[in-house]
Design a protein around this ligand. Structure first.
Ligand code: FDA
Length: 390
């Protein structure tokens, strides 16, 4: 049996694994990068509608969700959006800011994968795809495993196999199983950046499928001001995807349909246009305005309503409670919240505290970014942190 020796083996050739392997390879380390999919970086290729929202210039630890909100600070400070932009610029990839600090390729996400592959090639990384990783053992300070019929050994092992969101793209819970085997805790993984489903009394809103409007969405203490979209299953759009990462089963989601309206606007509207109906006075898409007016039971002209009733209607429009009965699940979730507990990892190097030279990076770890390029920035930063030391 032939066994190939490396300095480090990186499991998972997604965003974090490619970055980590390239950085370590360019430091002169002999790196093996393995993926069970038939090609590397598949999520990068489909990201950002095919243009890859590769970072966000407003990245800060506050834009991440984790049981330990301080954990991401160190890695994010040592590999910043400016560092990734400099890399993208060195490769001559044109980009633009779309909105809210989100940077996208002008051309295609393929350029980001090609860039990472070029960086990995500079570091002579041995990339192998399309087999199953089996039998990872650890003894005498060496990790040993097989990839199909290929046997490898290395003193460093990096878990970079991501989270279980979008299984049909090759996503698995492998990282959690491996982490548990090495005694690490896993914070309950939940689908995040995912549409919410409506049932019960809210089910009528599904008739508004396709209607979108800017809102402020709130769950617990989190609030996001962006567009919400009604779908045939419930609620989606950026505001809802963002809030889904904070939402817990059984909790309501509160929507302010008119976040920019001045207090007392509806009574003012009655004074200015007493013959108008509520539906026609609401500065919202027609179908939505009609549904909300019907739900509020305010038919007829505004002039016929008491100021008190209008003030109550205004308050409900600012705090409309939806009671989602679930999410569209991992099949539709852009990311996973939860994952390998940061309590067991060094925030400087991403090394497992109790197993020297075992590392975990990227989405596999309990660090989840908001929508808008933050998840890739975490993948680059955590991959870089481990790539510097393996
Ligand atoms: P990632 O999932 O990228 O890579 C893990 C790799 O491990 C995969 O290649 C997988 O095949 C491999 N693997 C899994 N199990 C394995 C096993 N058992 N054996 C071997 N290999 C295994 N983020 C962002 O910042 N901007 C954006 O525009 C988008 N857009 C977007 C769109 C869609 C549709 C999705 C699903 C997700 C996004 N994201 C995003 C999120 C982003 O894609 C995600 O956070 C990163 O890809 C995470 O990088 P990782 O390298 O940690 O995991």
């Amino acid at each position: 049996m032939t066994v190939s020796d490396y300095d480090a083996v990186v499991l998972g050739a997604g965003a974090a694994g490619l970055m980590c392997a390239a950085v370590a390879g360019q430091r002169g380390r002999r790196v093996l990068l393995l993926d069970h999919a038939d090609a590397v970086g598949k999520k990068i290729l489909i990201s950002g509608g095919g243009r890859c929202n590769f970072t966000n210039i407003h990245t800060s630890p506050a834009t991440y969700i984790s049981a330990n909100p301080h954990f991401a600070k160190s890695a994010l400070a040592r590999y910043t959006p400016a560092d990734f932009i400099a890399l993208v610029d060195r490769h001559g990839i044109a980009w633009h800011e779309k909105t809210l600090g989100q940077l996208f390729c002008d051309g295609s996400a393929k350029q980001i994968v090609a860039m990472l592959l070029e960086e990995a090639a500079k570091g002579h990384v041995d990339i192998r795809c399309g087999q199953t990783v089996n039998q990872i053992d650890h003894s005498d300070n060496m990790f040993r495993g097989t990839f199909g019929n290929f046997h490898f050994t290395a003193p460093n092992l990096v878990i970079a196999t991501g989270g279980p969101s979008i299984p049909k793209m090759g996503a698995t819970g492998f990282a959690y199983d491996l982490a548990r085997r090495f005694g690490l805790k896993v914070v309950e993984p939940r689908p995040a950046l995912v549409p919410l489903t409506l049932g019960g009394d809210d089910v009528l809103f599904r008739d508004l499928s396709g209607v979108a409007t800017p809102v402020e969405a709130r769950a617990g203490k989190a609030a996001f001001r962006e567009a919400a979209l009604f779908t045939h299953k419930g609620l989606s759009g950026p505001a809802i995807l963002q809030i889904s990462s904070y939402w817990r089963h059984g909790e309501p989601v509160t929507i302010d349909f008119l976040p920019d309206a001045a207090p007392g606007w509806l009574v003012e509207a009655k004074r200015a246009r007493p013959r108008a109906t509520l539906a026609s006075a609401l500065p919202l898409p027609d179908r939505l305005a009609q549904t909300l007016a019907d739900r509020l039971g305010l038919a007829g002209e505004l002039g016929a309503q008491t100021d008190r009733k209008l003030a109550e209607a205004e308050a409900r429009l600012a705090r409309w409670l939806f009671h989602p009965n679930g999410t569209e699940g991992f099949a539709k979730a852009e990311v996973t919240v939860g994952g390998i507990s940061t309590a067991g990892l060094s925030s400087q190097t991403m090394m497992v505290k109790t197993v020297p030279n075992l590392y975990a990076i990227g989405e596999a770890v309990d660090v989840t970014g908001w929508l808008g390029g933050y998840n890739f920035q975490w993948a680059w930063a955590s991959g870089y942190a481990a790539g510097q030391v393996i």
